[in-house]
Write a protein that binds this ligand. Structure first.
Ligand code: CTP
Length: 403
């Protein structure tokens, strides 16, 4: 799935060492289906050449407002008119100051002033420059002018210092640009999600777990952030990175056992929606050994199990109503080996859920693809086989209409 298909992006590059990452960024935007038109300041060309950017994007690179190859010689109008968004990465302290004051003394700054499309900037500079009151003033002014600031991140900088000012990674900028274009159907909503498997310890090195990659739950988390929600993601052990982390709209709590996952959902009534996507182990080990059970000279141990709490059922018990609608709106998941529709509907009723999503087909575990059978009180609907992120976006839209 290409999330930027048919989008025309003007990629502005200003002068900073992070400009070397703009080449990778251009490539990623194109992989998502965008066409990329690069505009570079004079300083940017000290760090990366127009030839590099031209070779990657397949488009001529513009560097001057006095370029006679553009119709009417009005590059600033022509380029911004064609764009769905202008993305400046890296945005230097100097460029931010200029944009915040409405100065327009080169092609990129003129283009930003003359635009009638959204402007997103990814600041990149030394920590002291970022923290300087003047830059912070620029950032506040730009935010007030509805310019979206992507980052900066904190970390080790090219100058050797550690702190805020580092440009977000190209993958994070791409993820945020994609999010920017998604419908904000959950703006202001709070979403709680359980994802991945749980792990029930037998001893300090062994345990039992469920089959789950966590990909569907993480895709729902990403789609919810894209839709404007504030997300709490409770993740079992799955090794996936947190989606859209740099937006500040997502908080992740890692857990191991079903009991830990249960404890992390105790404030579920603070949320508008609860997606129970985790493959929770129904039973834990009654008395996990404190030390590793040695194999030598011993027979295979027999394990005594104890029932784990049903997290979803306990959240359902806390549901209240607001304006005649239940909150949190609880969505369960069902992975069945037979009779999906029958078992899922039975599960929906037994757990008192307004909606359940059944995983169709045996090949969903670990795959990037899935297909869902959505059942609510009014009937059922299939969402055809697609990437999990695509399914997650469709599911979010369905739920958004319900709340
Ligand atoms: N679930 C949960 N806590 C549990 C077990 C399940 O929150 N201890 C949630 C899952 O996240 C999922 C839904 O309940 O949203 C259904 O999970 P599933 O394992 O399919 O159902 P069970 O209730 O465990 O029933 P069974 O194993 O008999 O199919």
């Amino acid at each position: 799935m290409q999330s930027l298909l048919n989008k025309k992006i003007v990629l502005g590059i200003s002068g900073g060492i992070a400009a070397y990452k703009s080449a990778e960024l251009a490539r990623m935007l194109m992989q998502e289906g965008a066409s990329v038109q690069v505009v570079m300041t004079e300083a940017a060309q000290q760090f990366v050449t127009p030839v590099t950017m031209q070779a990657l994007t397949g488009n001529p690179v513009y560097t001057s407002q006095w370029d006679s190859s553009i119709t009417n010689n009005m590059a600033h109008i022509e380029l911004s008119r064609a764009a769905d968004a202008i993305l400046v990465a890296p945005a230097s302290a100097d460029l931010m100051a200029k944009l915040s004051l409405g100065l327009a003394d080169d092609l990129l700054s003129t283009l930003c002033l003359a635009r009638d499309c959204p402007l997103l900037i990814a600041p990149a500079m030394n920590k002291q420059m970022w923290e300087h009151a003047a830059t912070q003033r620029s950032a506040q002014r730009l935010l007030a002018d509805k310019v979206a600031l992507l980052g900066p991140a904190s970390g080790v900088q090219a100058c050797g210092e550690v702190g805020f000012g580092r440009m977000l990674e190209p993958a994070e900028i791409t993820e945020q640009l994609i999010a920017f274009f998604q419908k904000k159907s959950l703006a202001g909503k709070r979403v709680l999600i359980t994802a991945g498997p749980t792990f029930e310890a037998i001893d300090p090195v062994r345990g039992i777990t469920n089959h789950s990659s966590g990909k569907m739950g993480f895709a729902i988390a990403r789609a919810a952030v894209e839709a404007g929600a504030q997300v709490q993601l409770i993740a079992g052990p799955c090794g996936l990175s947190t989606p859209l982390e740099a937006t500040g709209q997502i908080n992740r709590t890692n857990v191991l056992s079903a009991k830990e996952m249960h404890a992390a959902t105790l404030n579920a009534s603070d949320y508008d929606i609860f997606f129970a996507v985790a493959a929770v182990a129904d039973w834990g080990i009654a008395k996990p050994a404190k030390e590793k059970i040695k194999r030598q000279g011993k027979q295979a141990p027999s394990l005594e199990f104890t029932a784990n709490p049903d997290i979803l059922a306990d959240v359902v018990k806390t549901v209240k109503t607001k304006g005649g609608k239940p909150y949190p709106y609880c969505v369960g998941f069902a992975a069945e080996s037979t009779d999906l529709a029958k078992h899922a509907e039975e599960k929906r009723k037994r757990k008192g859920l307004p909606m359940i999503a059944g995983n169709i087909g045996p090949d969903t575990f670990g795959s990037d693809l899935n297909q869902l059978l959505i059942i609510d009180g009014s009937g059922s609907k299939k969402i055809a086989k697609a990437e999990k992120l695509d399914l997650a976006r469709q599911l979010i839209q369905l739920v958004a209409k319900k709340i």
